[in-house]
Ligand binder design. Structure first.
Ligand code: BTN
Length: 239
């Protein structure tokens, strides 16, 4: 896929038809904004040791090198990446997307994208996968949140190259804002897309109601006992 990249992100732009995972095409020796993309991954990785699968040529599978300053919490980059992906998905579909803390992009209550931030020798490699043109039968089954693609939700095919260009521009914009101003700088747009807010959730076996993503990137859950501030991990939800 040869997009017409416009911003600082995408220099250099490494492309392979097929790779194990775009996360391993990049390392700390690359400059910030280096991008790796594959049409197909043979060992795509998700969060919490899961796999990430998509038939060749149907998805956006992209990773970027970032060098956040020491005062920023690198873990917040999954939120920043998720926000950028949600906004790019909204522009492509004309529909509202949400972010399920900490990294799932939801469209019509289906997970259509996810982000993965991994540290590498002082840099962070942020990977984003967006399900774009998979047909319903091509989507993974048995996932915690039901999987969707832009196509399965809108009923039409989407231009992956155009979406990639928009995603990288949005990521650059949101990353720069976060680097300079922390999560506060993107908080309003994040909070407006908080999928879990008000939902019944379970965290490590404890039930409660999700209140909001906090200004320091945690998830606040009200429980019968005491409020929980969730730092990382998995949140199951009902409905
Ligand atoms: C998740 O929701 O669990 C995160 C999924 C991240 C998938 C992307 S696809 C591009 C990059 N390469 C990978 O192997 N994983 C990320």
């Amino acid at each position: 896929m040869q997009p017409l990249l416009q911003g600082r992100f995408g220099r250099p732009y490494l492309y392979l038809d097929r790779c194990e995972t775009t996360q391993r095409m990049l390392d700390a020796a690359q400059p910030e904004g280096a991008v790796a993309l594959c049409d197909e991954q043979t060992a795509g990785r998700g969060r919490l040791g899961r796999s990430w699968e998509a038939p060749a040529g149907t998805a956006i599978l992209v990773s970027t090198v970032l060098r956040p300053p020491p005062e920023r919490k690198a873990a917040e980059l999954t939120l920043v990446g998720g926000l950028a992906a949600a906004i790019a998905v909204e522009r492509a579909t004309g529909l509202a997307a949400q972010l399920k803390w900490p990294n799932d992009v939801m469209l019509d209550r289906r997970k259509v994208a996810g982000g993965l931030a991994e540290r590498k020798d002082g840099a962070v490699v942020l990977g984003i996968g967006i399900n774009v043109n998979q047909r319903p039968a091509e989507l993974p089954t048995g996932t915690k949140a039901p999987a969707g693609s832009l196509r399965s939700v809108t009923g039409r095919e989407h231009d992956r190259a155009a979406l990639l260009v928009d995603l990288l521009l949005e990521l650059e914009r949101r990353y720069d804002a976060w680097r300079d101003g922390g999560l506060d700088a993107v908080y309003d747009d994040l909070g407006a897309r908080d999928f879990l807010r008000g939902r019944r959730v379970t965290v490590d076996g404890v039930e409660g109601t999700a209140q909001r993503i906090t200004r320091d990137g945690r998830l606040l859950v009200e429980t019968a006992a005491e409020p929980l501030l969730v730092e990382s991990g998995e949140v199951d939800y009902r409905g």
